[in-house]
Design a protein around this ligand. Structure first.
Ligand code: ACO
Length: 334
């Protein structure tokens, strides 16, 4: 009997219209287009109008996925939202998305794993499909990073943008679908990248606001070195376990944090440019949004065909690390 696999049967993406270029940032902090481009590969990022919540861009991406699949929100069984910028600490953004979509039959929850959030949510959703308990699971990665960026800190504010992507998971019986995944956490890395204020450790007070604790704090070089090592390690471990090498990969869809991190992993696996998706120049790092947005870029560029072996990899705050292998099922993209 064929094993039941979770297949990605639709993709939807959404980025806000407003664009913040490197030249715009030159007017806000002491930086330069040249520094940002050469150190990160970012040229511009899309940003929401202030006050736009994550649920709004998540719903926009979700509607696109549902429209392409030709189903209604009422057909969904489960909604998982990966985000580090929920609309509120509670209730979960998934509840707000469920209501805005009108997904009356679906339950849902949020998942917090920063830049690895989409991959953790994807594999979590896949378990419900593979077990046979759920038929249609919507997995969303969405972040409004501008809500937690300190525009007085040039070392972080240039890196991020806002964006969302959604994929629909449904059961399939053939060779296609999610084949395997490998996730890791190293919690000793929590001190290198975090937002210290607003949780139970440092609830919001006048002092936490004055100390700018409600913004991202990062030791960039440490995160960079960890990410370079772990991107390649995680991806290669998963390939090896499934008797694949880099040559077997048709498309490498990596978290878009820094072009140098992506290219270090690309070169270690010996992948030519044609097998690697890069859109960081356009969107910056949208945290949980990057991988579904990169799938959207690949579909825009007609680089994904049914049967392709797709390798997804991310590293993020936590530290969290994830890789997922997918045999692409084919989706409609119009
Ligand atoms: N413009 C101009 N100069 C800057 C800027 C800026 N925006 N930011 C920092 N600098 C300066 C620093 O002050 C420093 O100056 P100094 O030498 O006079 O002290 C100099 O540039 C070098 O700083 P470094 O931090 O050593 O620069 P580095 O080459 O490491 O690049 C960067 C910094 C881009 C943040 C890099 O460390 C990085 O990408 N780290 C990974 C961070 C990341 O992607 N985080 C996202 C979440 S985790 C993830 O997604 C994997």
């Amino acid at each position: 009997m064929n094993q039941r696999r979770a297949c990605i049967t639709a993709v939807g993406t959404h980025v806000p219209e407003k664009v913040l270029t490197n030249a715009d940032l030159e007017k806000i902090v002491d930086t330069s287009d040249e520094w940002i481009r050469t150190r990160t590969g970012i040229e511009r990022r899309h940003v929401v109008e202030p006050g736009t919540p994550t649920s709004e861009i998540a719903v926009a991406a979700a509607r696109e996925a549902l429209r392409r699949r030709g189903i209604g929100a009422g057909d969904l069984d489960l909604i998982i939202v990966a985000t580090v910028t929920p609309d509120m600490i509670f209730p979960a953004t998934a509840c707000l998305v469920q209501d805005k979509l009108g997904a009356t039959r679906a339950w849902g929850f949020d998942l917090s794993a920063a830049c690895s959030g989409f991959l953790y949510a994807l594999t979590t959703g896949a378990q419900f499909v593979q077990s046979g308990t759920h038929r249609r699971v919507l997995v969303i990665g969405a972040d409004v990073m501008t809500a937690i960026l300190d525009y007085e800190d040039r070392s972080t504010c240039v890196l991020f943008g806002d964006g969302a992507g959604a994929v629909l998971l449904e059961p399939g019986e053939g060779e296609n679908g999610i084949l395997d995944f490998s996730h890791e956490v190293d919690g000793s890395g929590a001190c290198y990248l975090n937002m210290p204020g607003g949780g139970s450790l440092h609830p919001a007070t006048r002092e936490t606001v004055d100390a700018r604790m409600h913004y991202i704090k990062q030791q960039g070089q440490h995160v960079f070195k960890y990410a370079v090592r772990k991107f390649a390690e995680s991806a290669e471990k998963l390939l090896l376990r499934n008797d694949f090498t880099g040559t077997d990969v048709d498309l490498f869809v990596a978290h878009q944090a820094n072009i140098r991190i992506i290219e270090a992993a690309q070169h270690r696996m010996g992948l030519p440019d044609v097998k690697v998706v890069k859109n960081i120049h356009e969107y910056g790092n949208t945290t949980a949004g990057t991988i579904p947005l990169a799938l959207g870029t690949a579909l825009d560029e007609n680089r994904l065909s049914r049967g392709d072996l797709v390798l997804l990899t991310a590293v993020g705050a936590g530290f969290t690390v994830g890789s997922v292998l997918v045999r692409w099922s084919g989706v409609s993209w119009d």
